[in-house]
Design a protein around this ligand. Structure first.
Ligand code: PSV
Ligand code: MN
Ligand code: MN
Length: 430
C-alpha cells in the first residue's frame, strides 16, 4: 500500500473540475498533430514514460551567501525532504527519483531510508558527494582544495568520502556517483594549473577504482565559484579529458548553469554524446551565472534545443544512450514544491516537443542546405503548446491536471508549518 501524502480524493475532485476543458484542448491538439502525421496518444505514452529526478537539497529554501529566508514548514532532514518529494511526484508524476547529497542526507540506517522512499513510490537516483564544505569534526580542511589539494591527507580524506558515498549509494539502490569539487584558485600563481589537474586525476582514479561494475561516476564541471580565478574542472573540455583518462565508467554531467555566458550548451551535449561521455544533467536556468533559477524560466528555447540534441542522440545511440536527468536548483523566494513542479513540467514539455520534431524533414532540409526550412521544422515543434499532453499524462497516472491549484488547496505547507521545527535564518549554501 503506497503512502499518499496528498489526499487522492482532493486530486480527483480537482481533476473532475478541469476534465472537460482538458478533453477539449487534447482533442484539438490531437487533430492538429494528426495533420502533421503524429498520433497524440503515442506522444502522451512517451511523456508518461519519461522522468527527471529531484534534488533532495532542492526541497528546502535555498539562499545566497548574503542571506537565507526560511519558509515556514520547509523540511529540515531527509525524512521530511522525502515527504515533500512524494508530494511533487504525486501531483506531477514525472519525478519518482530523488538525488541525495551526502553528508547532508546522512542517516544511521540506509536500508530503512530506502524502504521509506519506496513507501512513497520513490527511489534514489545519483548520489552527490560533498568535498566543497568542511563538516564538523573533520580532520582536514577543504579550504585549499579537496581531490586536487596539495596536502596528501586532504586528498585521501576526499577520496574516502567519495567511497563512503558509493557504499551508501549501494544500500539505497543508486548506481551513480556525481562528483563536483569546488577546487580551484582565487589569485594567479596560487597553484600550478597543470599539476592541480594531475593531483585531481590521481585522487579521482582512487574513487573510480572503488566503483562497482554496474556504476557510473559523473564529473560535473563548473566554470567558477567558489574559485574565482581558476577551477580545476572548469569546463566540458577538462571534464571530458578527465572522464577519458579515468575510464569507461566515468562520464560527464552537464549542469545548465555552469557554463560561460552564451556558450552553446546544446552543442556541448552533442559533442559529449559523440565521445560516448554524456553522463547526465543538472537542470536549472540562469541569466548571469550559476543562478540556479527554475528550469525553463529564463531560456526555455535553450532547454528545448538541448532536448533536440538528446532526441538526435537517442536516434543514433552510437556506444549507448542513457543519461541521468536531475534538477539542481536553489529556491530562494518560492515554495520549493511549486518550483520543482513547475520545473519538471517545463523540462518534460521540452522532452515532448523534441519528440514532435519531424526528423525526416529536418534531415532532408539539412542535407539540401535549406536553412529556413530546417529552422522552421525545429521551430514548429518548439511552438507547439504541449500542455494538454502533459496534463493528460499526469491525470491518467493519478496526478493533478491543475497541480498548483490542487497543491494550494491541500494546504500541505500550512500543515507542515504547524508540525515541523522552524529553520534558523543565516547565510545560504551554494
Ligand atoms: C555546484 O554549484 C552544484 O551545481 C553541484 O551540483 C553541487 O552538488 C550543488 O550545486 C550543490 O548545491
Ligand atoms: Mn549541479
Ligand atoms: Mn551549481
Amino acid at each position: 500500500m503506497q503512502n499518499t501524502v496528498i489526499s487522492p480524493e482532493l486530486i480527483a475532485e480537482s481533476n473532475a473540475r478541469h476534465a472537460a476543458a482538458l478533453e477539449d484542448d487534447y482533442a484539438s491538439l490531437g487533430r492538429k498533430l494528426e495533420r502533421q502525421g503524429v498520433a497524440i496518444d503515442a506522444v502522451t505514452d512517451k511523456a508518461k514514460g519519461w522522468a527527471v529526478a529531484v534534488p533532495s537539497w532542492g526541497a528546502g529554501r535555498g539562499g545566497t551567501r548574503f542571506a537565507k529566508f526560511p519558509l515556514a514548514g520547509e523540511p529540515t532532514n531527509i525524512h521530511e525532504k522525502l515527504e515533500d518529494c512524494a508530494v511533487i511526484n504525486q501531483l506531477g508524476r514525472t519525478t519518482p527519483g530523488v538525488s541525495p547529497h551526502l553528508p547532508w542526507d546522512c542517516v544511521d540506517d540506509y536500508s530503512a531510508l530506502r524502504e521509506e522512499a519506496e513507501g512513497y513510490g520513490l527511489h534514489f537516483d545519483a548520489v552527490n558527494s560533498n568535498t566543497f564544505q568542511d563538516q564538523p569534526g573533520q580532520a582536514q580542511t577543504y579550504a585549499a582544495g579537496s581531490l586536487s589539494s596539495t596536502v596528501e591527507a586532504t586528498r585521501k580524506q576526499a577520496v574516502e568520502h567519495n567511497i563512503d558515498c558509493i557504499e551508501i549509494g549501494k544500500q539505497i539502490g543508486s548506481q551513480r556517483l556525481t562528483v563536483w569539487v569546488g577546487d580551484g584558485t582565487n589569485l594567479p600563481g596560487q597553484q600550478d594549473l597543470g599539476r592541480s589537474l594531475d593531483r585531481y586525476l590521481d585522487a579521482a582514479a582512487d574513487v573510480y577504482a572503488a566503483l562497482p561494475e554496474d556504476w557510473l561516476m559523473m564529473l560535473e564541471h563548473k566554470m567558477f565559484e567558489p574559485a574565482f580565478y581558476s577551477s580545476v574542472i572548469s569546463d566540458w573540455g577538462s571534464s571530458l579529458m578527465a572522464a577519458q583518462e579515468l575510464g569507461d565508467k566515468c562520464k560527464c554531467l552537464v549542469d545548465l548553469g555552469h557554463h560561460a555566458p552564451n556558450v552553446n550548451i546544446e552543442q556541448i551535449v552533442a559533442r559529449l554524446h559523440r565521445a560516448g561521455k554524456l553522463g547526465g544533467f543538472h537542470f536549472n536556468d540562469s541569466k548571469y551565472g550559476d543562478d540556479d533559477l527554475d528550469s525553463g524560466s529564463i531560456n526555455p528555447h535553450q532547454l528545448f534545443l538541448v532536448f533536440n540534441e538528446l532526441a538526435e542522440a537517442e536516434a543514433d545511440p552510437r556506444g549507448g544512450f542513457d543519461p541521468a536527468y536531475m534538477i539542481d536548483q536553489s529556491h530562494n523566494v518560492t515554495d520549493p514544491i511549486e518550483s520543482m513542479l513547475s520545473s519538471a513540467e517545463a523540462i518534460a514539455g521540452c522532452y515532448v516537443r523534441s519528440q514532435l520534431v519531424d526528423r525526416e524533414a529536418l534531415r532532408a532540409a539539412q542535407e539540401a542546405n535549406d536553412v529556413m526550412l530546417a529552422f522552421r521544422t525545429l521551430r514548429q515543434a518548439y511552438e507547439t503548446d504541449v500542455g494538454p499532453i502533459l496534463a493528460k499524462a499526469r491525470a491518467e497516472q493519478g496526478g493533478a491536471i491543475d497541480w498548483l491549484g490542487t497543491y494550494r488547496a491541500s494546504q500541505y505547507r500550512e500543515r507542515k508549518a504547524q508540525e515541523r521545527k522552524a529553520v534558523g535564518q543565516g547565510a545560504g549554501i551554494v
